[in-house]
Design a binder for this molecule. Structure first.
Ligand code: NAI
Length: 252
């Protein structure tokens, strides 16, 4: 028997990168997975990977800036699979790379709306569904940029710092109600989000690698395994934690 047999997980932004790896990891552990993403093609591809490996998954097109879509995502978990045990709120964007004073309000707001409000919107629907069942675990995808600053990324850094406050507060509120709430803070991980951020350039990539004492980028599976652990019985006393997985970046 796998550790997550008969459990149900939702992963936002599961059509690519870290979210896809996390959805696949949940399925390998036996969970049924609601694969949620604004990108239909990516989301359906993730479902295919899971089904080809013998797992169970359903795609729901969800834009996390749309409250009704987020409600429908959680409703799908309950109507298709009967419950919600785990939620990984992972959908995120990099946003415009400019100094703080050069950002337009729209550029600022877009990043805050997806990366911070999108997680809160998701939790508003996920937590009640968990409370209706046997409790559950929320894992919010923050970043090392929730711990330290980074030039030309002030909206992103602000959203990720905010996520850690949201995580700690919700952890306290639901600690005696059977819902644990944690975050993961990845270092730089090799995904399409980084390519969009200019890391296709080999020199820029080397520079980012060198910021990590391990002198490399992380792999998506190294983040997915942290999410799986936070949802596992082994983490039963862990709540309000921001688990840093960064090859030593923030140890400098
Ligand atoms: P990615 O670009 O590979 O995947 C992000 C996914 O989110 C995409 O499938 C995209 O369609 C989806 N998405 C974007 N906006 C959305 C919206 N409004 N509603 C629903 N889905 C939406 O990126 P990656 O790297 O896998 O990032 C996943 C999360 O990890 C993000 O929250 C990111 O901030 C965080 N992260 C990434 C790091 C990295 O170096 N790649 C480092 C630290 C954190």
């Amino acid at each position: 028997m796998a550790q997550f047999d008969n459990k149900v997980a939702v992963v936002t932004g599961a059509g690519s990168g870290i979210g896809r790896a996390t959805a696949e990891a949940f399925a390998r552990e036996g969970a049924s997975v609601v694969v949620s993403d604004v990108d239909i093609e990516g989301g359906e591809e993730t479902v295919s990977h899971i089904e080809e490996a013998g797992g169970q998954a359903t795609f729901v097109k969800t834009d996390v800036t749309d409250e009704d879509a987020v409600a429908a995502m959680v409703e799908t978990a309950v109507s298709e699979y009967g419950r919600l045990d785990f939620a990984c709120n992972n959908a995120g964007i990099g946003g415009a790379q400019k100094p703080t004073a050069d950002l337009s309000f729209d550029e600022w707001e877009q990043v805050i709306d997806v990366n911070l409000h999108g997680v809160w919107r998701s939790m508003r629907h996920e937590i009640p569904a968990m409370l209706d069942g046997d409790g559950g675990v929320v894992v919010n995808m923050a970043s090392i940029l929730g711990r330290v600053g980074f030039e030309n990324a002030s909206a992103y850094v602000t959203a990720k710092h905010g996520l850690l406050g949201l995580t700690k507060t919700a952890a306290m509120e639901y600690a005696q109600k059977g819902v644990r709430v944690n975050a993961v803070c990845p270092g730089f991980i090799d995904t399409p989000l980084l390519s969009e951020g200019g890391l296709d350039d080999p020199e820029a990539r080397k520079g980012i690698e060198a910021m990590h004492p391990m002198n490399r980028l992380g792999d998506v599976d190294e983040i997915a395994s942290a999410v799986v652990w936070l949802c596992s019985e082994g983490a039963s006393f862990t709540t309000g934690e921001a688990l840093t997985v960064d090859g030593g970046y923030t140890s400098r």
